[in-house]
Design a protein around this ligand. Structure first.
Ligand code: DQA
Length: 145
């Protein structure tokens, strides 16, 4: 059976492209997904790419990924800085996991400097805009090969 990499996106990331472009750039989430899809297709990996504005939905999806995914990438967006529940859910995930942020959260407002997600994943990529997602996909493919 083909392995699946799950990419989960949190609140407001559906607005990428038009949302604070000076920070997040002009790339839409659909374009980021396409780039991830391209790499996965070449590697014969299935991609499950999702976005939600709801914390509970992210938790349901992380729980689902914990039994189905070969690797997990998460940009929890603002929940990064507030959600102990997402951190707890991520502890269920036993496959390679990467936290991704478009921006370098450590260069931004102090309230973005703390991540509840980082202690619960294997790695963090922040500050490479949409390319951070494709870097994370390639890293996970290398690990699960
Ligand atoms: C973000 C950074 C978060 O602080 C912010 O709330 C987001 C996006 C990023 O990808 O840079 O929504 O996760």
């Amino acid at each position: 059976m083909r392995k699946t990499i799950w990419v989960l996106n949190g609140p407001n990331l559906n607005k990428l492209g038009g949302r604070e472009p000076e920070l997040y750039g002009s790339q839409t989430l659909a374009e980021i997904e396409q780039n991830c899809q391209h790499i996965c297709t070449e590697a014969d990996i299935h991609l499950e790419f999702r976005q939600t504005n709801h914390e509970g939905m992210l938790i349901d999806w992380i729980q689902e990924a914990s039994t189905k995914a070969a690797g997990l990438i998460i940009n929890a967006a603002a929940y990064t800085h507030s959600s102990i529940a997402i951190c707890d859910a991520l502890k269920l995930v036993k496959v390679p996991s990467v936290e991704v942020h478009l921006t370098n959260i450590y260069q931004r407002e102090p309230f973005r400097h703390h991540s509840y997600i980082s202690p619960c994943v294997n790695a963090v990529i922040a500050g490479f805009a949409g390319k951070g997602y494709t870097m994370a996909i390639r890293a996970i493919i290398e690990l699960i090969r």
